[in-house]
Design a protein around this ligand. Structure first.
Ligand SMILES: [Zn+2]
Length: 175
C-alpha cells in the first residue's frame, strides 16, 4: 500500500502515533542526489516506521531501496548501483544523546519541530553511494585503452615501450 509522503512531519508526534509511511518517489525529486546520478530515472522505494522502544527512545526503522545509475570513473560508462539500506535511527534532540545510543542505532538529530522525510530518504541514499563509483577491477578499462585478450593489465594506446625509456635514461646518464 502506498500513501503520499507528507512534506513535513513532527517526528515526536509520529513516534507517539506509531506512524508508518510506505511508497515510492521519483529519483528526479531528489536534487542533491541527482548531481551524483548519470540519469535520474526510476524511483526510490521506502518504508518508514516510527515507534518508541523499550527504553522510551523515539525510533525510526524501515528500509530504502533504489537502483541508481552512476558513472564509472574508470570507463566513464554506466554503472548500476543497487541500494538496499535498512534504517535504524534514534531521534535525539542534542548531540550528547548520540553517545548513549546502542551500536545498532544511528542518531537522527531533530533540532526543529518538524523534519522533511524526503530529505531523510535522500540523505540515506547519499550515504549509500560508493566513494568512487567504479566497475569491479578487470571489468572495464579507461576509454581508448584496450583490454589484453588474455587478461592481465590493460594497455594504453601509444604507450611507450618501457625498454625504450630505459634506453633514453641510460644514454642520458652518460652525458
Ligand atoms: Zn567502468
Amino acid at each position: 500500500m502506498s500513501s503520499p509522503l507528507p512534506d513535513l512531519i513532527d517526528p515526536w508526534r509520529a513516534v507517539d502515533a506509531g506512524a508508518e509511511f510506505e511508497g515510492a518517489c521519483p529519483l528526479s525529486d531528489l536534487p542533491r542526489l541527482r548531481e551524483s546520478l548519470r540519469e535520474a530515472v526510476g524511483e526510490v522505494g521506502y518504508r518508514l516506521v516510527f515507534a518508541r522502544d523499550l527504553e522510551g527512545r523515539g525510533i525510526l526503522r524501515g528500509d530504502i531501496e533504489a537502483r541508481l545509475v552512476l558513472t564509472c570513473q574508470r570507463c566513464l560508462g554506466a554503472l548500476v548501483w543497487d541500494v538496499n539500506a535498512p534504517l535504524g535511527l534514534a531521534l535525539i534532540s542534542g548531540l550528547d544523546e548520540a553517545r548513549l545510543l546502542p551500536e545498532e542505532l544511528d542518531p537522527l538529530l531533530v533540532s526543529e519541530a518538524s523534519i522533511r522525510l524526503l530529505d531523510l530518504i535522500e540523505d540515506e541514499l547519499l550515504l549509500a553511494l560508493p566513494q568512487i563509483a567504479m566497475h569491479e577491477p578487470g571489468e572495464c578499462v579507461p576509454p581508448g585503452w584496450e583490454a589484453r585478450a588474455e587478461g592481465g593489465e590493460p594497455v594504453a594506446p601509444g604507450a611507450p615501450n618501457p625498454f625504450a625509456i630505459l634506453g633514453v635514461l641510460t644514454r642520458g646518464g652518460k652525458g
